[in-house]
Design a protein around this ligand. Structure first.
Ligand code: PMP
Length: 365
């Protein structure tokens, strides 16, 4: 090969495969492949975004101070003790995941995650030359014992998607048990990207754990319930030591001014989030009941998506995905998650969710 040669291992990193956004022959598609917000974006967030168009020549506030204050304020109003000083904002929670990995792991180190956790943990670990280690799950749910069994003196980070990309979750007591059994040198990163959708009493996003330990970080996103995926905005809440490290590593202006402004308006519009949660609950329950009626198995979900299961032969997940695509409906194949027999369907608007069921009806004949 001529030309510059990247670091060993870089060319072995698999590319992230995003959810499809096009279907041949369809100008307009029903995009249910990336767990985006069914209700779009809050009017208030869109107005805040538009209001900045005359300011695009200015650099943003590199510390995102107002946004951090707004996030802390909203969570404090919810009864959580959250300090703006302990928040770091990023270009999506993807960036926070990258920063954590780059900060705490390198060649020879291990980054532990559960088998169907968010794929970026593995890709980020490979990106810094560390070794990703996958622990098996039980019933598509992270298994605390399986994770703990794989902790070694080389483990630097444990990433836990809670909820999981399969739709399941670990209850608070299991989260606490996982943390209490981890050595102090391991960072526990709890990725709560779908927290806003969860309505179970025994669920905890991880906020309280962060406040009580030096080695727990919780990551969140504006891409899902807040409907700002296109602006790329996420954040984490962590202990002072971790926050200091991330602030040294991040770009000085890593969050754009429109993202900060829209993020503030979005998080302050909790009425929009409540509507999103309610809509999601209604239509997820409906989709799950329709799947039962059609005899399609699924992984029970607490999130804004449902993983539907299909047989190995004939009416496979790949065939179902292809069939839905023929109707202009895009859902996610779960190959990158090692679940080739599942199709992941994001909860959309009422009519979109109904269209999924109609398409599956014709698929199953
Ligand atoms: N964590 C999980 C579990 C996700 O599903 C996603 C988005 N697909 C992310 C993190 C990253 O989200 P973002 O970078 O948009 O904040």
């Amino acid at each position: 090969m001529s030309g510059p040669i990247p670091r060993a291992g870089v060319l072995e990193i698999p590319m992230y495969v995003p959810g499809r956004s096009r279907a041949e022959g369809h100008e307009h598609v029903v995009k249910l492949s990336s767990n985006e917000s069914a209700l779009g974006t809050s009017e208030k967030a869109m107005a805040a975004y538009r209001a900045l168009e005359g300011e695009l020549h200015r650099y943003p506030d590199g510390s995102a101070a107002d946004l951090r204050e707004a996030i802390a304020g909203v969570h404090r109003a919810d009864g959580d003790a959250l300090d703006a000083e302990n928040i770091v904002c990023g270009e999506g929670s993807d960036e926070i995941i990258h920063l954590l990995t780059a900060a705490y792991a390198g060649p020879g180190d291990e980054v532990l995650h559960s088998a169907h956790g968010f794929v970026m943990y593995k890709l980020s670990a490979l990106g810094v030359g560390a070794t990703p280690v996958a622990a098996p799950e039980r019933e598509w749910t992270p298994d605390v014992d399986a994770l703990l069994k794989r902790v070694t003196e080389r483990t630097r980070l444990v990433f836990l998607s809670n909820p999981n990309p399969t739709g399941t979750y670990l209850p608070r007591r299991e989260l606490v048990r996982l943390h209490s059994c981890l050595p102090a040198y391991v960072v526990l990163a709890i990725d709560a990207a779908y927290a806003e959708y969860v309505t179970r009493d025994d669920y905890a996003s991880g906020l309280e754990l962060v406040g009580a330990a030096d080695n727990v970080v919780m990551t969140r996103t504006f891409s899902k319930a807040y409907g700002l995926a296109g602006l790329r905005l996420g954040w984490c809440y962590g202990p002072a030591g971790v926050v200091d490290v991330l602030n040294r590593l991040r770009g000085p202006f890593n969050v754009t001014a429109p993202a900060q402004a829209a993020g503030i308006a979005a998080i302050e519009d909790q009425a929009f989030v409540a509507r999103a949660r309610q809509h999601n609950e209604t239509w997820r329950n409906w989709l799950e009941s329709e799947l039962r009626r059609l005899g399609v198995t699924y992984i029970p979900s607490v999130t804004n998506f449902v993983c539907a299961g299909f047989p190995d032969k004939e009416k496979t997940a790949a065939a179902a995905i292809e069939h839905m695509m023929g109707h202009g409906i895009l859902v996610r194949d779960m190959n990158a998650y090692g679940l080739p027999n599942h199709a992941r369907i994001t909860i959309g608007l009422a009519e979109e969710t109904r269209a999924v069921v109609r398409s599956l009806e014709t698929f199953l004949g």
